[in-house]
Design a protein around this ligand. Structure first.
Ligand code: KIV
Length: 300
């Protein structure tokens, strides 16, 4: 007989120690790949916990995958906080990073620090992530780190500013563009980021930059040289339509399975195969008899 999910979770929860900044740094030092996955709600948090991943990113990709926005740009801070708080309730051991949405950190250091605190205090995040390695992002990362909140950087393809980058396409494909990615990564490292995401850059470029990185680098479409890999939950499990980016590997086709399950339910309802007697509740005959008498008296 297979274990009930609550038994699996109890075992997983009790065996693992929470992942910390030193344990992530130790993994890098030992050359042990770091696994990060996105999560946006209680069930995806539980899946990440049960799978024993090292890090969970409540990515602003959730704007598209769970909230249905056309891009990550419109998602309000309040909605990101709600997703992060829900994921937190499903997690105990992975290190959880909240993604600061577009417009929630660019205006001033004060804005960035105040909103980073909201991710920590209201949603229970261990750290925040912000996109870009230009002057503004580096200044904001420095301010948030100085306020005592760990910051993850993000260079290469940064979807919040995809328009300025010429669309959703790989970055760093010329020597000068690759040098810019390297310069931005080093600047973020210098101001104290604990980790950086490299997104959609040539594998060879990541390989060249890696010897200069003292902090864990998590890649997505950056080849095998980084210290770890991240994929979007809905991409890897096939909970969205379309194939997605070149770097996505699908491990399941859950959207198909979900649609198949809902269609089977619809068919059962329409053909009266559901519900069956075993899905209903019973009442003793004498109680039913009394009910009938009461109803008859009440309705004449
Ligand atoms: O929002 C997100 O999911 C991300 C990852 C792709 C790194 O930023």
């Amino acid at each position: 007989m297979s274990a009930h999910p609550s038994q699996i979770s109890a075992a997983a929860d009790s065996d693992r120690l929470p992942v910390t900044l030193p344990s992530l740094q130790e993994k890098k030092a030992l050359g042990e790949p770091i696994v990060m996955v996105t999560a946006y709600d209680f069930p995806s948090g539980r899946a990440a916990e049960l799978a024993g991943v090292d890090m969970v990113l409540v990515g602003d990709s959730g704007a598209m995958t769970v909230l249905g926005y056309p891009s990550t740009v419109p998602v309000p801070l309040e909605e990101m906080l709600m997703l992060a708080a829900a994921a937190r309730r499903g997690l105990r051991t992975p290190f959880m990073v909240g993604d600061m949405p577009f417009g929630s950190y660019e205006v001033s250091d004060e804005q960035a620090v105040a909103n980073a605190f909201r991710f920590v205090k209201e949603a229970g995040c261990d750290a925040v992530k912000l996109e870009g390695g230009g002057e503004t992002s580096v200044a904001r990362a420095r301010a948030i780190v100085n306020a005592g909140i760990p910051v993850m950087g993000h260079v290469g393809l940064t979807p919040q500013t995809a328009t300025a980058l010429g669309g959703y396409k790989a970055q760093g494909r010329t020597a000068s563009a690759a040098e810019r990615v390297a310069r931005e990564a080093l600047a973020l490292q210098d101001v104290g980021c604990f980790s950086i995401v490299f997104e959609a850059i040539p594998s060879a470029v990541a390989e060249e930059i890696m010897p200069h990185m003292a902090i864990p680098v998590i890649g997505i479409g950056a080849g095998p040289a980084t210290d770890g890999q991240v994929l979007v939950f809905h991409d890897l499990l096939g909970i969205r339509e379309g194939l997605g980016a070149r770097f996505v590997k699908r491990y399941a086709d859950l959207l198909d399975e979900m649609a198949t399950g809902v269609a089977a339910f619809a068919e059962d309802v329409r053909t009266r195969k559901y519900p069956l007697p075993e899905h209903g509740y019973t009442i003793p005959n004498e109680e039913l008899e009394e009910l009938r008498e009461q109803l008859a008296a009440a309705t004449g």
